[in-house]
Design a protein around this ligand. Structure first.
Ligand SMILES: N[C@@H](CCC(=O)N[C@@H](CS)C(=O)NCC(=O)O)C(=O)O
Length: 244
């Protein structure tokens, strides 16, 4: 199997990695897995290596990459400690793989079934409804060759709507109990649900939302700042992952 996963064109650093290896670019999707790996490095001393690619050159559409992720998108996690090596694609699946394999004390997850279910609900919410809307907002505002007002407004408004859903959760609008993190009892606990969501929402200004629009989400803005303070988060979006 390993000889089918890797071919001559597969970068040596991917093939020869000893343990967990992340192929990434520091976009919001890439950053989610970068941050969790940095959190695990800090919490447990986890060792991992990385390959940074430049998606504007379409490296992710080459055969060596498609063998690891037929979807041709970053990030991809390859676990070379497995025999044969095991590739994981889709950010949330990568976070859950790391939670099971490398976060034995559930420091960024939950042992309690109901709390774990909450984390999955918010993880899936952002994977299915947040990231795609905000991604399309960026696309239609910045990358599309033609400015289509309907598409721009549709995704702009849908992204604001999902920010509003996060605000309901964090403000405790219907529970009377404000919370600091998306999942977990009481005020919640920082978990993979926050790690998945934060890299996108922190980029609200780049996506083109105004300060005035964001005033509707005071708890969400505080949550962005709270998570931004974490050293592993700063590392996970920092210099180590930037490309010249
Ligand atoms: N659902 C995927 C989305 C991954 C994705 O869209 N990655 C973007 C960067 S943020 C990418 O690789 N784009 C390059 C391309 O589409 O070719 C995930 O969660 O991993």
């Amino acid at each position: 199997m390993a000889d089918k996963l890797f071919i001559a064109e597969t970068p040596a650093e991917v093939k020869d990695a000893k343990g967990l290896h992340l192929i990434t670019q520091s976009t919001p999707n890439g950053q989610a897995v970068q941050i969790y790996l940095e959190e695990l490095a800090e919490a447990y001393g986890l060792k991992f290596t990385t390959t940074l690619i430049n998606i504007s050159t379409n490296e992710q559409k080459k055969e060596w990459f498609l063998r690891l992720n037929p979807n041709g998108r970053i990030p991809v996690l390859v676990d070379n400690s497995q025999n044969p090596p095991f590739p994981v694609h889709e950010t949330s699946a990568e976070l859950l793989y790391l939670l099971k394999e490398a976060d034995k004390e559930d420091k960024f997850g939950f042992k309690d079934d109901f709390e774990r279910s909450e984390a999955l609900q918010w993880l899936f919410f952002w994977h299915g409804s947040g990231a795609p809307y905000q991604g399309q907002t960026n696309h239609f505002k910045k990358a599309a060759p033609e400015k289509i007002d309907y598409a721009i407004n549709r995704f702009h408004n849908e992204t604001l709507r999902v920010y509003g859903v996060l605000e309901i959760r964090l403000s405790g609008k219907y529970t009377g109990e404000p919370r600091e993190y998306l999942a977990g009892k009481g005020k919640g606990k920082y978990s993979v649900a926050d790690i998945k969501t934060w890299p996108w929402v922190k980029g609200w200004e780049r996506t083109g939302f105004s300060k005035q629009e964001m005033e509707a989400f005071p708890h969400l803005l505080k949550w962005i700042d709270r998570i931004a303070q974490r050293p592993a988060v700063q590392k996970g979006i920092g210099e180590k992952y930037s490309q010249s």
